[in-house]
Design a protein around this ligand. Structure first.
Ligand code: NOJ
Length: 749
């Protein structure tokens, strides 16, 4: 690649000052020098992000005037672009800015690299089910490697929003319901994307989003109101964001929701006091798509200009597609409505990230056509996402031991539209992937045996068009049902693949009904009438409510949406070459009426069953979930024994437990430790995950697993955001899920 950033003299001078040896401290001087040269408009320009010219990931831009965009690019009024990808396109636009604008400040190019670029890893909720932080980090590194090969240097991931509401479509994009697990996953993803050296052309800047509490949208309805107390905000919502900041995340995205009456994009307490204040976040805040403009319709600003003023004051450093800053912010500063020092702070933060990405050394460092050709769908990436997919599968039920299937088993019948689907396993949020590029279940099974038959079954999709592609609808077409039932009569085992299609979850995909869509439930019941040997393979982007199936189908394998290698991972698991080891990162309800349902709920004054009706329960449903958080079986069995709790010299608590593989197969188990503080100055949840370890045991082998509980695990945040550890009795439970384990207790003085 020949570098062509030679035009503006000042930029050459500026570049010549940059050497490879430049340390981070040097960046500060360079940033200050550059800031001094910048006009007000150029500062605002750095705070402006435009969408590219093709793809959109939000409401279609109203002022999407391409000519104006080009003019702004040439003036240096665009600090960043999103949804531009491909070396040729990135380079063209970068060149325009670097060569034509007065100061030639390079742009950063952001994209939603949520679970891969071309090569798709499992959806983030699925990866969370692996409870394997090294694997999750590696998966993000693979995504960064591919994304950086197409000119990108910034991803809008990880989404670290905790959510307890399976109706909300975006649960597919997060780490589930638990703040402890969510914090570990968030930090692992940041490390994976950013690597150890952000300036390498294989690593990209990460974004923790959406700050804050977007996952608590009322009724699981997308873009809806959030109203939660400080207990939940500080102890449930914040921890993954704080962990991402501690992992040096380069940017944080705010969101669309209001939080307790204030749009989060307009919230100075969140962005200035907590994020940039108490937590010392050094990167910059990017708004969500048009979230600055939306401050007005929320009823918090008079118009776009006013919204921009509020957002800038609140610490929203970069404006994604609202055009509030680029249109009005300079005037607002001149009118004395916004202090210029706030813009300086925002610009410093943005420039710092650009320096750290190495863009001032070489604005085209991510633009290498040879690398682009080589890295996409690279075999190493395909291998990595296969391993990740295998680790993400959760065995929910295996009552009659139907799994694993024997490799020479005759008469396997595969049923279900999704078995043949090469697109749905890619899930939502995979803008850059190739349609139909996943390995289907049938293709995966082909590698094992040709001796199976397949019936498609009825069409079941009950959702109309998606925003990225159109899915045929066919709600009441039962063709295939009769054929499937007839074939099932003679099958030795029926592998029934059911669930949601790939775009039924994701942004703007809230559902009020989280059962199996369409005719699938009817199909399963009809098959069950003639053959009970059913392995139900679920493919879905959120927890589903399937009470009948959970009760009646002997074997259920949760495979989520596993990405490019989905069918191979599923087949290897069905035939026992992969022993499932995933654990649910989110509770599965019995019915949608139980939602929000989560394991770390509070006690109530009337939690225990009374002979009369006056206790906390439903008249028509149990209180317990269908499958609890942390649940997941294996083809082998693990036995827990010898729980021991002691105090160390440092007044920390040491917990150990012995785990034995009682079965006949090697397997992995996630050993989970839950803590409960039964009496506290603020009521604590019935239990909270505070430690876990994923271990591997040969058949018959045992291992002692040790945990250390320090001040970090023993306390909680008060309503004043003080971390407090209170003396008294604590209860400990260690086991293979949040619902059962060995219990003990200790006293803290
Ligand atoms: C809106 C989504 O909420 C956000 O997560 C995403 O990064 C942006 N659009 C950009 O596509």
């Amino acid at each position: 690649m020949k570098f062509r950033f030679l035009k503006p003299l000042c930029f050459i001078v500026f570049l010549s000052l940059n050497t490879k040896l430049m340390s981070q401290q040097d960046h500060t001087e360079k940033i200050e020098a550059l800031l001094k040269k910048m006009t007000l408009e150029e500062k605002v320009g750095q705070m402006n992000q435009y969408n590219g010219f093709y793809d959109v990931t939000g409401p279609a831009p109203k002022n999407g005037n391409a000519a104006l965009k080009y003019e702004h690019l040439k003036k240096g009024w665009v600090g960043s672009m999103l949804n531009v990808r491909g070396v040729e396109e990135v380079q063209k636009l970068q060149q325009l800015v670097v060569e034509e604008s007065r100061l030639g400040i390079p742009m950063i190019f952001g994209f939603d690299v949520i679970h891969g670029l071309k090569t798709q890893s499992p959806i983030p909720l699925a990866e969370a089910a692996s409870w394997d932080m090294e694997a999750i980090e590696e998966s993000a590194a693979v995504a960064a490697n591919e994304a950086s090969a197409v000119g990108l240097n910034w991803t809008f991931a990880p989404m670290v929003d905790i959510s307890r509401d399976a109706r909300w479509g975006r649960v597919m994009e997060g780490g589930g319901e638990d703040p402890f697990l969510g914090a570990k996953i968030g930090a692992a993803r940041v490390r994976g994307f950013q690597g150890k050296d952000l300036s390498l052309n294989t690593t990209i800047a990460a974004t923790a989003k959406h700050f804050a509490a977007y996952g608590f949208a009322e009724a699981g309805k997308e873009y809806n109101t959030v109203d939660i107390g400080t207990n939940t905000l500080y102890n449930i919502v914040f921890p993954p964001f704080k962990a991402a900041v501690e992992a040096n995340v380069q940017s944080v995205m705010n969101g669309f929701n209001i939080l307790n009456g204030v749009p989060v994009t307009a919230d100075a307490v969140l962005q200035r006091d907590f994020l940039k204040g108490k937590w010392g976040f050094q990167g910059f805040v990017i708004s969500d798509w048009s979230s600055i403009a939306e401050i007005a319709p929320h009823g918090f600003a008079k118009n776009l200009k006013h919204a921009g003023e509020i957002a800038a004051k609140a610490g929203s450093d970069m404006d994604m597609e609202s055009k509030a800053y680029v249109t009005h912010l300079a005037a607002s500063v001149r009118e004395g409505k916004v202090e210029e020092r706030l813009l300086d702070d925002a610009v410093r933060r943005i420039l710092k990230v650009k320096f750290e990405l190495g863009l001032f050394d070489d604005p085209y460092r991510y633009c290498n056509e040879k690398r682009e050709k080589e890295r996409l769908f690279h075999k190493d990436h395909m291998e990595a996402v296969l391993e990740m997919a295998k680790k993400s599968i959760v065995l929910l039920k295996n009552d009659s031991g139907l799994l694993p299937l024997k490799k020479d088993q005759k008469g396997i019948l595969v049923i279900g539209d999704l078995a043949d689907d090469k697109n749905s396993p890619l899930g939502s949020w995979r803008l850059a992937s190739d349609t139909n590029s996943a390995v289907s279940v049938l293709e995966g099974m082909d590698s094992y045996t040709k001796d199976y038959s397949f019936v498609q079954g009825p069409k079941y999709f009950d959702d109309d068009a998606s925003f990225l592609q159109h899915v045929k609808i066919n709600t009441d077409d039962t063709s295939g049902m009769e054929e499937a039932v007839a074939a099932a009569k003679n099958a030795s085992v029926v592998v029934l693949v059911a669930g949601e299609h790939g775009f039924m979850s994701g942004e703007a995909r809230s559902r009020t009904n989280i059962n199996l869509p369409g005719l699938q439930h009817q199909l399963i019941k009809a098959i069950h009438k003639v053959n009970k040997n059913i392995v139900l393979v679920l493919m879905n982007g959120r927890p589903l409510a399937l009470p009948w199936e959970a009760e009646n189908i002997p074997t259920i394998l949760e495979t989520w949406q596993l990405g490019s290698q989905s069918g191979n991972a599923i087949a290897q698991t069905l035939f026992g070459d992969n022993n499932p080891s995933g654990k649910l990162p989110m509770t599965f309800p019995r019915s949608v009426g139980q939602v929000p349902i989560y394991y770390n709920h509070y006690r109530t004054g009337r939690a225990t069953r009374e002979p009369n009706v006056f206790w906390s329960h439903y008249a028509d449903e149990k209180n317990s979930p269908q499958f609890p958080f942390g649940h997941g079986l294996s083809y082998t069995q693990f036995k827990y024994s010898d729980l021991s709790i002691s105090k160390t010299a440092q007044k920390e608590i040491s917990v150990s437990v012995s785990v034995t593989n009682k079965g006949e197969m090697e397997g992995q188990e996630v050993v989970q430790l839950y803590l409960s503080d039964p009496v506290a100055s603020i009521v604590r949840p019935v239990k909270e995950l505070k430690a876990f370890k994923k271990i591997r045991l040969e058949a018959g082998a045992s291992m002692t697993v040790r945990f250390l509980l320090t001040q970090k695990e023993l306390g909680f945040y008060t309503t004043d955001y003080e971390w407090t550890v209170e003396p008294g009795t604590f209860e400990v439970m260690v086991g293979g899920s949040s619902a059962e384990g060995l219990s003990g207790s200790f006293e803290l003085e």
